[in-house]
Design a protein around this ligand. Structure first.
Ligand SMILES: *Cc1c(COP(=O)(O)O)cnc(C)c1O
Length: 347
């Protein structure tokens, strides 16, 4: 018999009820449109298969990934016909994969449209660029004959500034509405998480939330609605008592002002708990706050156990990771905070 898998010392606990609550809330806020789900980047770092299954159980029927390999990674978690790939067909092999599986490509350019048509075509999505200048068909290319040949399930555009008040929001909405009258399609989609909060003109038939499904709050309208989904937790590897004046961690960035009890936990920057948390992060044992002392290192972080001196080796602590608060403390975006969390987290 192979030896039993050693127990993890680092966990990412997922609150699937909160995930489903967030999808239902965003679906309700989408009015007459249905909410889909962006599950790219491994479900924003949380595990795309589990996320997709939970969202499907909540009622979600449209899923989006960025790369073709992410479609393959989903296995049979969701029906291929419910999935579209944002990056579109870059090669003939991508087209062949789409045709064989039924996963829809999102066409972003005339070359992609030609490639898809040449491969045999069929149901696809079209992304039109209405002012972000990132990925999507420029408005000037709409009249191309290769676009007229497409069989478009969802006509997409994507907002550049949905998380702020910007005149570009209305401008993009107007351009997208205009495109909807020019290009035949079954359904139209414009809004990401933040865009859902911009109101009914932004909803179309389908919305594409990502961040807020996973607990992110890009706009104040979503405060009090969206619940935290991802909770990191780490095991305490060692506890020690140190005297006043002793240094802690690399470069002794923290020096004890008094005798202290401290503990070392099994998380570090290699796990996505970056050095920007040095001296400002915190964890908790039950309700007792345990501030991060000194530098975060690759695999380890040191905590002040003053508030919970009973903490011992093998105990688990939760790492404070409320996304809006974590973003304002570290300067990282809520998106980065989620997608950084590494492979050593047991999910
Ligand atoms: C990632 C992505 C989304 C989801 O955006 P959030 O801001 O995470 O809600 C929607 N649409 C497109 C095209 C995307 O790339």
């Amino acid at each position: 018999m192979p030896p039993e898998q050693p127990a993890a010392a680092l966990r990412l606990d997922l609150d699937l009820d909160a995930l489903q609550h967030n999808w239902r809330s965003l679906d309700r806020m989408s009015g007459s449109a249905r909410a889909g789900a962006a599950i790219k980047a491994n479900g924003y770092g949380l595990g795309s298969q589990r996320v997709a299954q939970a969202l499907h159980a909540a009622g979600c029927r449209d899923f989006f990934v960025a790369h073709w390999c992410e479609a393959a990674d989903l296995g049979d978690a969701i029906a291929p016909a419910a999935l579209a790939v944002f990056h579109g067909p870059l090669t003939e092999a991508d087209c062949a994969f789409a045709l064989a599986t039924g996963v829809r490509p999102v066409i972003n350019s005339i070359p992609q449209a030609r490639r898809w048509n040449a491969a045999g075509g069929g149901r696809c999505d079209l992304m039109v660029d209405t002012g972000m200048n990132r990925l999507g068909l420029p408005l000037g290319d709409l009249a191309d004959e290769s676009i007229a040949q497409l069989e478009i399930e969802v006509l997409h555009s994507h907002l550049a500034c949905a998380d702020e008040e910007s005149p570009l929001n209305d401008l993009q909405q107007q351009r997208w509405s205009e495109v909807r009258t020019r290009i035949p399609h079954r359904r139209a989609a414009l809004a990401n998480s933040a865009g859902i909060a911009l109101g009914a003109q932004f909803h179309g038939d389908l919305t594409r939330p990502g961040l807020s499904l996973y607990g992110g709050i890009p706009r104040p309208e979503l405060e009090g609605v969206i619940r935290q989904v991802a909770q990191p937790a780490a095991a305490v590897l060692q506890v020690r008592d140190i005297a006043a004046g002793e240094g802690v961690g690399y470069n002794s960035q923290f020096v004890a002002p008094r005798a202290m009890r401290i503990g070392t936990i099994a998380v570090g920057y290699a796990d996505g708990y970056l050095r920007c948390w040095s001296g400002i992060g915190s964890a908790a044992n039950k309700a007792s706050p345990l501030p991060v002392l000194g530098r975060v290192s690759m695999d380890l972080t040191i905590l002040d156990l003053s508030a919970a001196p009973e903490t011992c080796e093998g105990d688990w602590v939760t790492i404070d990771y409320d996304l809006p608060r974590a973003a304002s403390l570290t300067g990282l975006s809520q998106y980065e905070l989620l997608t950084l969390l590494g492979r050593r987290f047991a999910r």
